[in-house]
Design a protein around this ligand. Structure first.
Ligand code: DGY
Length: 320
């Protein structure tokens, strides 16, 4: 029987590509450039399935123009805000994602951002690197300690829970807001807030771990930032859409928010140039899941979903 044909628009890990080539006829974009709307539409007439990343946008307009040959979009990402799920569902196209396997890697980056923002990593690195470290004083580069501080987590899904677990190791007191309260064995002593506002009021450190949906766009706006304790630190490894960036900048500039650690931005790639003049904003280019082990695991999970679909079984991570 002929192998199904799949399109891989980005350079996935070597193990992923090797397994895909073993089991499928693969069209690979060796150039590793983000798939444009026109490419997605054109490719849909040539393939049975795709393994896109969050860089390929399946908007309602794109989905309306897809060829009926395309039957499954097996995302290489846990976030699916780049996919109009309702539109894909209405076209009968199956959509999957890659949950679980990137939780630890993303939680590690959240920890890096939290510590780096709290302890002046950007400025410290710069002055040593540029030969500007010419004095020392007990009042020099004094930061905010995480040990014993309260960590507020918005979204206690897999990544939020993995981050809470790591933060417990730093002696932090965990508070969280989630759509529903966790069972005690998952909560592990974390304090549940049924509204976001009461969480914000106790969050010496605030970390966002919820998906970007129409309801969560600009979740952290000026009013909510004002509820944080003075000197709070904000961390975002989820999606840039969650933060009103102008409001965050204003809160940083007036000192109400002491620092921020950001791995994602409203505009990607690129980020927000207005943040660049502030060394208390520690920034990374959306690399939360970028470890070798996690890239392999994401690729394997996407392929597992494709394998199940083409074998006539229900893909484990089917969303629509
Ligand atoms: C995800 O999986 O959603 C990460 O942000 C990388 O795309």
């Amino acid at each position: 029987m002929a192998k199904p044909v799949i399109w891989i628009p980005r350079r996935l890990s070597e193990a992923t590509i090797a397994r895909a080539r073993r089991d499928y006829e693969v069209i690979l974009n060796e150039a590793d450039t983000p798939g444009t709307a026109e490419e997605i539409v054109a490719m849909s007439a040539r393939v049975d399935g795709m393994i896109p990343c969050h860089s390929e946008h399946f908007t309602a307009d794109v989905v309306a123009r897809l060829d009926p040959r395309l039957r499954i979009v097996a995302n290489h990402s846990v976030g699916v805000d780049h996919c109009d799920l309702a539109a894909l569902k209405s076209r009968g196209i199956v959509v999957t994602n890659t949950p679980d396997v990137l939780s630890d890697a993303t939680a590690e980056i959240a920890m890096l951002l939290m510590l780096g923002a709290a302890r002046h990593a950007v400025r410290g690195d710069r002055i040593v690197r540029q030969g500007e470290w010419d004095s020392w004083s007990p009042s020099f580069m004094v930061g905010k300690q995480v040990t014993g501080a309260r960590l507020g987590i918005v979204g206690m899904g897999r990544v939020g829970r993995a981050f809470a677990q790591k933060a417990r190791g730093f002696g932090m007191e965990i508070h969280y807001h989630n759509r529903s309260r966790l069972a005690p064995d998952e909560e592990q002593g974390a304090v549940f807030h049924d509204g976001i506002d009461s969480l914000l009021e106790v969050a010496d450190f605030l970390s966002l771990h919820c998906p970007a949906t129409p309801e969560t766009v600009d979740l952290l706006n000026a009013e909510r930032l004002a509820r944080l304790p003075a000197g709070a630190v904000v961390v975002n490894t989820a999606r840039g859409a969650l933060i009103d960036e102008a409001a965050l900048l204003a809160a940083i500039e007036r000192g109400h928010v002491a620092a921020a650690g950001l791995d994602c931005f409203k505009v990607e790639p690129g980020g927000n140039p207005a943040f660049a003049g502030h060394e208390n904003i520690f920034m990374l280019p959306h690399i939360g899941s970028a470890t070798r082990a996690t890239r392999d695991a994401m690729g394997a999970r996407a392929l597992d979903n494709l394998d199940a679909f083409f074998a006539g079984r229900e893909p484990r991570d089917r969303l629509v």
